[in-house]
Structure formats: structure tokens, C-alpha cells
Design a protein around this ligand. Structure first.
Ligand SMILES: NC(=O)c1ccc[n+]([C@@H]2O[C@H](COP(=O)([O-])OP(=O)(O)OC[C@H]3O[C@@H](n4cnc5c(N)ncnc54)[C@H](O)[C@@H]3O)[C@@H](O)[C@H]2O)c1
Length: 401
């Protein structure tokens, strides 16, 4: 491969193709067009790409009405997007981003087909949330230019993009993609194709510890949410957040990480969430989840037990929802760094921008003291043996201090 050609940033004039005009694809097309690219937006469903463009036109019209952009700017963005019904006949582009449904065979076939009509310098990106980039690239000619560009929803508003490399991805295409994301106004972070990448991996204990605290009868969900919001600075507690995301969606992400890590006990799903999903209590979208939403707007949320919250905060770590959660988040974050899957700075940036954490978990661990976190995990491990609470070697080997 021509190293120099792949190291050059993709100039704004180079056309981009986005395949899949659903939630993510339409948003990514908007971001690329706003950055000045001509964008071919492809969707296999007849009329879907055109409909996405119409929705964008309406969104931008409202932006113009609110004075956030000029009429000329809005018109120019829409004019740069060309809807298409198929990737057949796609012109040469500098970057393809696929955002079709989460199915390995579908994504492999699509990128392999697209690759056949593009020069070897074209970057081929997948927006997959959970599939292995190495596995997707394996089916594609010149897999060194296949990488993950994991945008967050909604792409025009969320600054974070995880730039993910598989085993075959070369450095030059990664550097080009990273520079391009910066040119699009995004904050790129780099990571390997580890299950869950950074955000969906490190965030697991935020949900899992809360569910275990409730399962163990330590506190009720409203009190756990209150502690994590009010005492810890998270924007939402884990139960109200999973009710918003959808208990089924959150369960599936966790189960996927658990499967892909060979059933590592750190990610084992809880009976608490399994029961919610099995009974159809999926959260806001089903009217009932951990909390009830039937009486909207005056949704009946139980009051937190503030006396209990204070007592738990001064007790042992095993019964302290805040200390347990933070210790596990720190452990997960430093372990990712320890395995060489992402840098400490990128992990912290990803968690602050991707899920609005009040602090980056590596920095948080440094403030608490990695030795203190290791002691907390050791106490949790004695109380709940089995490997879930095993401390990362990075907490005690001095590599992060
Ligand atoms: N929704 C999210 O919050 C989110 C966030 C990050 C990443 N992702 C990932 O982004 C991808 C897309 O997710 P989404 O939520 O936008 O899905 P979506 O269902 O909203 O959109 C997918 C679109 O792809 C089209 N499509 C299906 N097969 C096609 C084909 N062969 N060629 C062209 N178009 C085809 C569908 O018609 C549909 O419009 C998935 O891999 C998902 O895991 C989703």
C-alpha cells in the first residue's frame, strides 16, 4: 500500500459514502455534509435515503428559524447529500461509513462489495457498536484500510467518536481517519477492537453494581439512583438511565460483552435485569421498567431513603453503592489501559464525552488512590468470591501513577 497516500488527511472536497440511512447513517451524513463533503447516502429500502434527506431538511429549517444557521448554510448542507438506492455505481470516494443493522454477515458482504469498486486508498469504516472489526475486515480485500468509526447517538450532537482498529488495520488509515474526525469537529479516541470498545466496556459496572446492590437487599433503586446522582455527580442514576435506554437494549450490550469475553464474571448479567426483560418491563418505552411511567407526566417515582443513603456512605465498601461502583469503574478503566487497548487519556475522554461521567475513571482512581481501590476490591472479592471483583494488576504495579 502507498503509505504516503493513506497518511494524507481526506480533503473536504473528497466525496464520502454513508450506507444505511437510519438513525445513525442519516446523522453521520449530516456531519460529513456540514464539514463540506459531497455525501452519497445509500439505503436499500426504496425511498429511505430520500426520506432521511427530507427529515434533515426539516431539522435544518428549524435551526434556521432559531437563528442557529443561515438559510444559505442549511440549503448548502442538504444540497451536498445525494440519496441513492444501492451501492452499485457508487463513485470513487475517500471514505465509506456503513451504518446498516448490526449483523456480521451483512456488514462483511456490504464492505466487500463496496471495496471491489473503490481504489485501495479508500477508507472503509463500520459504525458497529459490538461486532469485531477484525472479523468484519477478514472478508474485505485490503483489510488494512478497514476500521471502526463508532459515532454516538445523535451523531451531530455527540462529540465523541471511537476510532477502532482490528488486527489487520494499518496505522496510516487510522491516522487519516483520526485527523478527519477532528476536521469534522469531533473528538476521536483510539482503541483496539476489544468487546464493547471503550465506552460500552468501561460503563458495564455502572449498571451491574447497582443491580447487585438491589439484588443483595442493600438499598432500593430510587436510593441507589439518588446516591449516584447527588453524591457522585452522574447526570442520571443507573436505574433511571437503563429505563431510558431500554432494559432490553442495555441487557443485550452487557450480554454481548459477557459472551465475547468468554463469560468473564465481571460482565455476568444479573437476575434482576434478566427478570425485567423477561417480563416486558423494558423502561419508558413500555410504560414500566424499574420505575413506572404509566402516570406521566406525574410519574410516580418512589422517594429515595436519605437516612439509608447517609448510613451506607459511612459503612463498609460491600454495602456502599457509590464506593462499589466507582471502584469497579476504575478497575475496568485501568485494566483496559493495562491490556494496551486504549490510552488512559483516551479512556477518560471517552467516558466524559460518551456517557457524561463527572470524571474520567483513571483520573478518579488516581485521586482516590489506586491502592485504596485495590483494597476495596479485595474486600468485595472476599465478600463475593468468583472473579468479578479481581483487581487489575495496574492498580498495584505502579504503571499508572
Ligand atoms: N442507534 C444507536 O444508538 C447506535 C449508536 C452507535 C452505533 N450504532 C450502530 O449503527 C448501526 C446502524 O444502527 P441504526 O440505529 O442507525 O439502525 P437503523 O435500523 O436505524 O438503520 C439501518 C438502516 O440500514 C438500512 N439497510 C439495511 N440493509 C441495508 C443494505 N444492505 N444496504 C443499505 N442499507 C441497508 C435500513 O433500511 C435502515 O434504514 C448498527 O451497526 C448499530 O449497532 C447504533
Amino acid at each position: 500500500m502507498d503509505h504516503d497516500a493513506t497518511s494524507r488527511p481526506v480533503p473536504a472536497a473528497v466525496p464520502v459514502a454513508v450506507v444505511g440511512a437510519g438513525t445513525m447513517g442519516a446523522g453521520i451524513a449530516q456531519v460529513a455534509a456540514t464539514a463540506g463533503h459531497h455525501v452519497v447516502l445509500v439505503d436499500a429500502v426504496p425511498g429511505a435515503a430520500g426520506a432521511a434527506l427530507e427529515r434533515l431538511r426539516a431539522v435544518l429549517r428549524r435551526q434556521v428559524d432559531k437563528g442557529r444557521m443561515t438559510d444559505a448554510e442549511a440549503t448548502a448542507v442538504v444540497a451536498r447529500i445525494e440519496p441513492a438506492g444501492s451501492v452499485d455505481g457508487l463513485p470513487e470516494v475517500g471514505l465509506v461509513v456503513e451504518a446498516v443493522p448490526e449483523d456480521l454477515t451483512l456488514k462483511q458482504g456490504l464492505l466487500a462489495g463496496v471495496a471491489a469498486g473503490q481504489p485501495p486508498t479508500t477508507l472503509l469504516a463500520t459504525n458497529t457498536s459490538s461486532l469485531d472489526i477484525t472479523a468484519i475486515a477478514a472478508a474485505v480485500p485490503a483489510p488494512e484500510r478497514v476500521l471502526g468509526l463508532h459515532f454516538f447517538n445523535p451523531p451531530p450532537l455527540m462529540r465523541l467518536v471511537e476510532v477502532v482498529h482490528g488486527a489487520a488495520t494499518a496505522e496510516a488509515p487510522l491516522a487519516r481517519a483520526t485527523a478527519l474526525m477532528r476536521a469534522w469537529g469531533k473528538t476521536p479516541v483510539r482503541c483496539t477492537s476489544t468487546p464493547g470498545f471503550i465506552v460500552n466496556r468501561v460503563a458495564r459496572p455502572f449498571y451491574g453494581e447497582a443491580q447487585r446492590v438491589v439484588q443483595e437487599g442493600i438499598a432500593d433503586p430510587a436510593t441507589v439512583d439518588w446516591i449516584l446522582r447527588e453524591k457522585c455527580g452522574f447526570r442520571m442514576g443507573p436505574f433511571e438511565l437503563t429505563d431510558l435506554i431500554g432494559q432490553d437494549v442495555n441487557y443485550a450490550v452487557g450480554a454481548s460483552v459477557w459472551e465475547q469475553t468468554g463469560h468473564d464474571p465481571r460482565y455476568a448479567p444479573t437476575e434482576f435485569q434478566r427478570a425485567l426483560v423477561a417480563s416486558g418491563r423494558l423502561g419508558r418505552k413500555s410504560g414500566e421498567g424499574v420505575f413506572s411511567y404509566a402516570a406521566e407526566p406525574a410519574a410516580a417515582r418512589p422517594d429515595p431513603d436519605l437516612v439509608l443513603a447517609e448510613r451506607l456512605g459511612s459503612g463498609p465498601v460491600e454495602a456502599d453503592p457509590l464506593a462499589r461502583t466507582v471502584a469497579m469503574l476504575v478497575n475496568e478503566a485501568v485494566d483496559l489501559v493495562h491490556r494496551g487497548e486504549a490510552s488512559a487519556a483516551d479512556v477518560d475522554t471517552a467516558m466524559r464525552l460518551g456517557v457524561n461521567y463527572p470524571r474520567g475513571p483513571v483520573e478518579w482512581g488516581r485521586q482516590i488512590g489506586f491502592d485504596v481501590v485495590a483494597e476495596q476490591l479485595a474486600a468485595l472479592d472476599r465478600a463475593h468470591p468468583g472473579g468479578r471483583y479481581r483487581p487489575s494488576p495496574a492498580l498495584t504495579d505502579g504503571s499508572l501513577t
